[in-house]
Ligand binder design. Structure first.
Ligand code: ZN
Length: 131
């Protein structure tokens, strides 16, 4: 499981969940133990960028329920396969993350993202305030 250096709160947890799911998939399908192959690492970086830029920010719905389609077709399909394979296996490997995600799945989707709610926006703001 990996930890993001840029994501906060719920989005950081979501990143952990995605990385754990990718590790399960990569081990079985690409033969990498306790890590990710190059193409999975690349996909995880892509996922992190999308989480960072998600306009919902901390109120982000699960990707399944999200009305915004921010993934390009190819990474979207790769991620769909990973989720389908690893979803049921997560309950055994990472029950807390899995249950959190299942509960999250039932939460209502906010109508509209709030203004300037993205992790990226807050990150940039914090950086500006520091300097
Ligand atoms: Zn892989």
């Amino acid at each position: 499981m990996r930890v993001s250096k840029i994501l906060q709160g719920e989005l950081a947890t979501e990143y952990k969940t995605v990385s754990a799911m990718m590790e399960i998939y990569c081990q079985k399908n690409h033969g990498i133990k306790g890590g990710l192959c190059d193409s999975c690492s690349e996909l995880l970086i892509y996922a992190e960028t999308k989480l960072d830029r998600c306009p919902y920010g901390q109120e982000k719905p699960t990707c399944n329920n999200c009305p915004i389609h921010c993934y390009k077709p190819e990474p979207k399909e790769d991620m769909r396969l990973i989720m389908r394979y690893s979803g049921p296996r997560m309950l055994f490997k990472h029950p807390i993350l899995a249950i959190r995600h299942l509960r999250h799945e039932k939460r209502e989707v906010p109508n509209q993202p709030k203004k300037q709610a993205s992790n990226r926006h807050n990150r940039m703001k914090a950086m500006r305030e520091k300097s």
